[in-house]
Design a protein around this ligand. Structure first.
Ligand code: UDX
Length: 449
């Protein structure tokens, strides 16, 4: 089998590499010459655990290639995956110009039967548009070359993408012909053989499944965040509530951890796009509008706690931030809560010093020297008025509180991910704010240096 993946962003690169890992010959295509040159030297543009050695291995095995030529790369392809970006338009709907541009290119150069698969998250009805664009180009060439379209949304989590691809909970494939289904079955044969569910369905349902899955997960998170906020008011502890409800297998323990709001490249964009689609179709999904609203509010929850603690005056305060990426094990800062918190702190006249195990370069790229960057987590604390934990990297979970108190000006922590035990903080005499749990106020804070 021979496939082409168009777009070497996160989805394209991980999918292409993992397909190569199953023995398929894969060419990944991108218009960015520099990126392709780098990839050809085994230099990977994204941070994803395990990806670099897998790319290098499959290149050495002669199964994974990188090219800027769409025309050459599809010459022998059984299937072409479109994995280019679909950034949100000003109004929140997905911008399809890149997807449809690729479809036209395929139509211009196709000379044999292929299945054209949308892998990017695309609005319902996009496969139809892809089909029309390809057909239009074929018509212009007066060529009668058969092709099929299919939808095969990805469900990769950053930081765990390789496992998610190779050991998926399910693979969803939308097709409209037996011929296309046969090609897709062959491609996913290793998954079928390993009993990973491969669910075939019609194309609109496959397109909808991706949005519905991400929106459901985002809903779980926003629901828990709002429950957490209410827990604080009524004196409940959201950790107990989470364990209590998660034990019901119908609810489950996953994705009910409250925090500083969801970020990343998928949830915010997909929720927004589905809201838009629902409105355009005269059936506004009110529940999702609330999910979005709650999430935007949640990104400021730590800031509000800080304002209250410091009596509305953060001017001149030095705030240490642990964690910048939108979640651990990635350097991705798209829609990261840290950006919202930093922006608000700087506007209030606070000084910010941050540390993140991998996302500092990315942060610098985004906001430059408006904040300080510490060389390790403890350096960030030197003379800080407070520590704010925004991302739950493992290395922040068991810190040395005794060392910390020597560096911090106040023994004061705002924990946006509930990574510390309240008892532990009481024992160490810290003032501690978290999400959905009672705040503890140490008398010692004022007395510390
Ligand atoms: C998500 C989906 O999980 C994946 O299936 C889809 O293909 C792409 O979008 P990703 O954005 O990489 O993946 O991250 P994920 O691990 O799902 O986390 C998303 C956000 O939700 C993060 O900001 C995370 O901190 C937050 N989150 C997650 C919570 O706040 N609480 C939770 O319980 C789980």
């Amino acid at each position: 089998m021979n496939i082409t993946i168009i777009g070497t962003g996160y989805v394209g690169l991980v999918s292409g590499t993992c397909f190569a890992e199953t023995g398929i010959t894969v060419t990944c295509v991108d218009v960015d010459q520099k990126k392709i040159d780098n990839l050809n030297q085994g230099i990977i543009p994204i941070y994803e655990p395990g990806l670099t050695p897998m790319v290098q291995k499959n290149m050495e095995k002669g199964r994974l290639f990188f090219s800027t030529s769409l025309k050459d790369s599809i010459a022998e392809a059984d299937a072409v995956f479109i994995a280019v970006g679909t950034p949100p338009d000003e109004d929140g709907s997905a911008d399809l110009q890149y997807v449809l541009g690729v479809a036209r290119e395929i139509g211009k150069h196709s000379d044999h039967y292929m299945v054209i698969v949308t892998k990017s998250t695309v609005p319902i009805g996009t496969a139809e548009k892809v089909k029309a664009a390809i057909q239009d180009e074929l018509d212009k060439r007066k060529q009668d070359i058969p092709f099929d379209v299919a939808s095969n949304p990805e469900f990769l989590k950053e930081g765990a993408a390789i496992d998610d691809f190779l050991k998926p909970d399910r693979v969803v494939i939308g097709t409209e012909s037996e011929r296309a289904q046969k090609v897709m079955k062959k491609l996913y044969k290793p998954f079928l053989m390993n009993n990973h569910p491969v669910i075939f369905m019609d194309i609109p349902s496959a397109e909808m499944t991706k949005y519905a899955a991400n929106s459901m997960l985002a809903t779980k998170i926003s629901f828990m965040n709002d429950i957490a906020n209410l827990c604080e008011i009524v004196g409940a502890d959201v950790n107990n509530v989470r364990r209590g409800i998660g034990s019901d297998t119908r609810i489950g323990h996953k994705f009910i951890y409250p925090g500083t709001g969801y970020g990343g490249s998928c949830f915010p964009k997909d929720v927004q796009a589905l809201v838009k689609t629902s409105e355009q179709n005269g059936h506004p999904l009110e529940i999702l509008k609330s999910v979005e609203l709650v999430n935007n509010r949640q990104k400021s929850v730590l800031y509000r706690k800080m304002m209250t603690h410091f009596n509305g005056n953060l001017k001149g305060k030095k705030i240490a931030i642990w964690g910048l990426s939108f979640k651990p094990n990635t350097d991705d800062m798209r829609e990261a809560p840290a950006l919202v918190i930093i922006d608000k702190l700087l506007k209030e006249g606070a000084e910010v010093v941050a540390y993140d195990p991998v996302a500092m370069e990315e942060c610098h790229h985004k906001i430059g020297d408006s904040i300080g960057y510490a060389k390790d987590q403890y350096e960030a604390l030197i003379d800080a008025d407070a520590l704010v934990v925004v991302t739950e990297w493992n290395e922040f979970k068991v810190p040395n509180f005794r060392v910390m108190e020597k560096l911090l000006k106040n023994k004061l922590i705002f924990d946006g991910r509930n990574i510390y035990d309240i008892e532990e903080l009481i024992e160490n005499e810290y003032t501690y704010y978290s999400i959905g749990r009672k705040a503890i106020s140490a008398v010692h804070e004022a007395a510390s240096k």
